[in-house]
Design a protein around this ligand. Structure first.
Ligand code: HEM
Length: 378
């Protein structure tokens, strides 16, 4: 928030009314719920009854889900603005909400919310799979690990498949609402021509060429169920209205999809082994699952990079350019300094987080000699 208002003053003024209502809703509905239950979830295991602990866990889950609703709504409004009018001019212009529900249900918010929620379910499911694959390899907590692994595998398989469906729906929306972003995601330059679908490739922006492995007309088919249907290309837009980092958008987008496909392949193959009663005897698959935790984390990051870099040069799509949105009074040196400070602080928090999580995993869910918790009966 401080970063918004200090480094992005013009932007903060412009979106203040929109963000104000969405983020106030986040504070009221989500933060309250999360913070009320988080303490019980973290410190209550031996202090409250099991059902109170379960209710707290569900409370934290719902709080995080609501939190995602409002932050994704605020972000989606910038990508596909709706339910507003502009007041004032030039650097003093700002958007004012005229229809709250049109603002909330702007053209991209539902698709993006579903995709982001599912991305977080995948991150959670693969963390559980990874930890329990590690215990199973080490022969620790075997019974509880088998049960936890099976539950997480069902969640991971279901959401890996539905992430493909929701990603396709998101791409359909991008084709309509942000055609320059879709063209950058597939490196499609021609003004209006059938577009290919690349499995992998490299974009040469100067030569306006993509070298790689492709399905000819694949993007046209996905968008219009016709391999020859024309797709609006980057050359339809004035140069100053196109994303500048086309190859980066292309790469991030394709890494996300490649990981999505890997998650589908991995979870379906593991389900097949489970069906053949060979899942826990197949050591190499447990090895892969031990390290698979990183995959949805990367997909979530690169998905955001593709979405955010693909909408450039706009910070509010079609209205406010990123280059006009920053604070005129803040110098480049001050920005670099604050970025370094943020990077250092987040890097320290990240190291601390990894250290704590690793310690918890090594310790395990309970003392192995303990007879207090009988997980066989679960
Ligand atoms: C399986 C194939 C997938 C397809 C076709 C797909 C498609 C897309 C598209 C088109 C966007 C841009 C949406 C926009 O700019 O409005 C996007 C963004 C994103 N993707 Fe994916 N995706 C896939 C897999 C995944 C996976 C596996 C994850 C994470 C585990 C993921 C996480 C994200 C995130 C966090 C964003 C940014 C939020 C958003 O804009 O919706 N995606 N994806």
């Amino acid at each position: 928030m401080t970063g918004f208002s200090t480094n992005w003053a013009v932007y903060s003024r412009y979106v203040g009314d929109i963000f104000g209502s969405a983020l106030a809703a986040e504070g009221l509905f989500a933060f309250g719920l999360e913070s009320a239950f988080l303490g019980v979830l973290l410190f209550g295991w031996h202090r409250v009854k099991p059902w109170v602990h379960l209710v707290s866990t569900i409370g934290v889950f719902l709080g995080s889900m609501f939190s995602a609703v409002w932050i994704v709504v605020a972000n989606s409004w910038q990508q596909t603005p709706a339910g507003y009018h502009i007041v004032g001019e030039g650097l003093n212009a700002r958007a004012e909400v005229t229809d709250f529900w049109a603002m909330v249900f702007n053209p991209s918010s539902v698709d993006r919310l579903v995709h982001t929620w599912q991305g977080s379910f995948l991150a959670g499911a693969f963390l559980v799979l990874s930890v329990h694959a590690y215990y199973l390899r080490k022969g620790r907590y075997v019974e509880i690990s088998k049960k936890a692994f099976k539950i997480a595998l069902v969640v991971a398989a279901v959401f890996s498949l539905s992430q493909l469906v929701s990603g396709h729906s998101s791409a359909d929306g991008v084709a309509v609402n942000q055609p320059a972003k879709l063209a950058a995601m597939e490196g499609h330059f021609e003004k209006s021509a059938p577009a290919d679908l690349y499995l992998l490739g490299w974009v040469d922006k100067e030569k306006q060429e993509v070298t790689g492995l492709k399905i000819p007309g694949g993007l046209s088919f996905l968008a219009h169920q016709d391999f020859k249907a024309p797709i609006t290309g980057l050359n339809s837009f004035p140069e100053e209205d196109r994303p500048s980092q086309i190859n980066a958008v292309f790469q991030f987008y394709h890494i996300m999809i490649a990981i999505g496909m890997m998650l589908i392949g991995l979870t379906l193959y593991a389900s097949f082994l489970w069906w053949r009663s060979k899942l826990f005897e197949t050591k190499w698959i447990l090895w892969i699952f031990s390290f698979s935790v990183i995959l949805p984390q990367i997909a979530n990051q690169v998905g955001w990079y593709a979405a955010e870099m693909g909408r450039q040069p706009w910070v509010v799509y079609g209205h406010l350019r990123t280059s006009d949105a920053f604070s005129q009074e803040v110098s480049a040196n001050q920005i670099v300094f604050s970025l370094i400070m943020f990077t250092v602080i987040y890097a320290l928090l990240f190291v601390l987080f990894i250290y704590m999580v690793n310690k918890k995993i090594k310790h395990g869910p309970y003392e192995e000699s303990s007879t207090v918790v009988n997980f066989q009966s679960f």
